[in-house]
Design a protein around this ligand. Structure first.
Ligand code: IMP
Ligand code: MG
Length: 181
């Protein structure tokens, strides 16, 4: 979807993070992670669907070998925030004991979804585990949880684009925008 088409969309209020800002930060993160995991067996676990575009750019910003796995979960919602009850819809396709694992997430809001995912993955005994999230809304946190790396902190807004959706739409925007009803 291009910028021109979007000017017609009344729900898209403003661009919060431009394509250039995102790409720059993803490149910098790739450099840091390439140094940190050089010579180590690395598995990126992308939490679907929201992180698929971030994962695609992030894994290509690495200068070291890595493997990729996917996990899809659904969170049950109570009003506007997740309840913490998480159901695994699609699980990682292998044993992770021999890997250093990085969870690649789109956004941490209340933190409940990720808390549950971290606990489940830790229980499987990876060599190490860290979390990288594209976006973080610290103001919204309901459980104590901090990502090891967060590319951007944003205020309490509902955002779409670059993989994030509203009712499954807007994932293909190349930037992050604020969505309003
Ligand atoms: P949490 O359990 O409240 O941290 O929920 C995190 C999940 O809620 C994310 O992985 C997203 O799928 C979704 N989410 C939270 N905030 C937003 C947003 O602003 N836009 C789109 N999805 C969001
Ligand atoms: Mg997500």
């Amino acid at each position: 979807m291009n910028a021109e088409a979007l000017k017609q969309d009344s729900h898209i209020k403003k661009v919060v993070l431009s394509e250039a800002e995102i790409q720059q930060k993803v490149r910098e993160t790739g450099e840091i992670i390439s140094k940190r995991y050089s010579g180590k067996p690395l598995l990126l676990v992308s939490i679907l669907k929201g992180s698929f575009i971030f994962l695609a750019d992030f894994c290509r910003s690495l200068t070291i070998p890595c493997e990729i796995a996917f996990m899809r979960v659904s969170s049950y919602y109570e009003g506007t925030s997740s309840s913490g009850e998480v159901k695994i819809i699609m699980d990682i396709d292998r044993d992770i004991k021999d890997y250093h694992v990085i969870i690649v997430e789109d956004i941490i809001d209340t933190g409940r979804t990720l808390r549950d995912i971290i606990d489940r993955i830790k229980a499987r005994g990876p060599l190490s585990l860290e979390v990288i999230t594209l976006l973080d809304k610290p103001e919204r946190r309901l459980v104590p949880l901090k990502a090891d790396m967060s590319l951007f902190e944003i205020p309490d807004l509902f955002v779409v684009g670059y993989g994030l959706d509203c009712g499954e739409s807007y994932r293909n925007l190349p930037y992050i925008a604020e969505y309003t009803e």
